[in-house]
Ligand binder design. Structure first.
Ligand code: Z5A
Ligand code: MG
Length: 211
């Protein structure tokens, strides 16, 4: 399959506010890549399947209370517990399309008022993405979409703060895509970005987040 002829896989992360279309676009991108013969898998954070993930899931559903620093570290631990598997997949040639990553971790906790440098620290040493696609949608527009308002954090004022923190995290790996465009248009853009990234990361070593 493509992407596994001795080369490594790409780490592609989708980020954005709630209801910006991350999960929909991850699924579309994944089926496109697989259809083209790429070796690719879809991942998401939080990974609610692990025991840490179950604690996070209960917290998000307001079924448990945890202080802000504790939940922050659980989100980070949930990425750390998947790090070894992530590395071995990438090294063996599998491209990972990841729905949320460390940027969500920092942006959401900082929006609650935690010090941003404190928030970044536990993310250092996780694998750095080759490409971060930020689906840019105004919080008001996102709120009009289905399913908004169920979980903790799904409030417009809070989402605005999250957006500000996301913007402060932009680096060279970021591509901002207008997530308010029709789904098919967004999908086209993501196909191009992801396939270029998969070609370009061949020969480049994996690196770690160093915030
Ligand atoms: N969180 C954190 O605090 N720290 C961390 O480290 C991590 C996460 C990793 C749960 O995450 C919460 O955890 C989240 C951040 C926090 N905050 N909250 N709440 P989650 O990933 O499990 O959240 P989710 O509820 O599954 O997904 P989401 O982000 O809210 O939505 P989305 O995946 O971006 O959107 P979607 O499900 O693809 O689409 C939403 C709706 O919009 C759906 O009806 C679509 O059909 C529609 N849609 C999508 N695209 C379009 C376009 N282009 N046009 C029109 N309509 C569209
Ligand atoms: Mg989602």
């Amino acid at each position: 399959t493509l992407g596994s002829k001795g080369g490594r896989g790409a780490l592609v992360v989708l980020e954005g506010l709630d209801r910006s279309g991350k999960s929909s676009q991850c699924a579309r991108l994944l089926s496109f890549l697989k259809g083209k013969g790429y070796d690719a898998e879809g991942w998401r954070f939080p990974d609610r399947a692990t025991s840490v993930g179950q604690m996070i899931s209960a917290y998000l559903a307001n079924e448990s209370q945890l202080d802000d620093r504790t939940i922050h570290l659980l989100f980070s631990a949930n990425r750390w517990e998947k790090r070894a598997l992530m590395e071995s997949k990438l090294v063996s040639g599998t491209t990972l399309i990841v729905d949320r990553y460390s940027y969500s971790g920092v942006a959401f906790s900082a929006a609650k008022g935690l010090d941003i440098e404190w928030c970044k620290a536990p993310e250092n040493g996780l694998i750095a993405p080759d490409l971060v696609i930020y689906l840019d949608v105004q919080p008001e527009k996102a709120a009009e979409r289905g399913g908004y308002g169920g979980e903790r954090y799904e409030k417009i004022e809070f989402q605005k703060k999250v957006a500000e923190h996301y913007h402060s995290l932009r680096d060279l790996t970021w591509k901002v895509v207008d997530g308010s465009l029709p789904m098919e248009t967004v999908e086209e853009k993501l196909r191009d970005l992801a396939t270029s990234c998969i070609q370009e990361c061949q020969g480049k070593p994996l690196t770690n987040l160093a915030w």
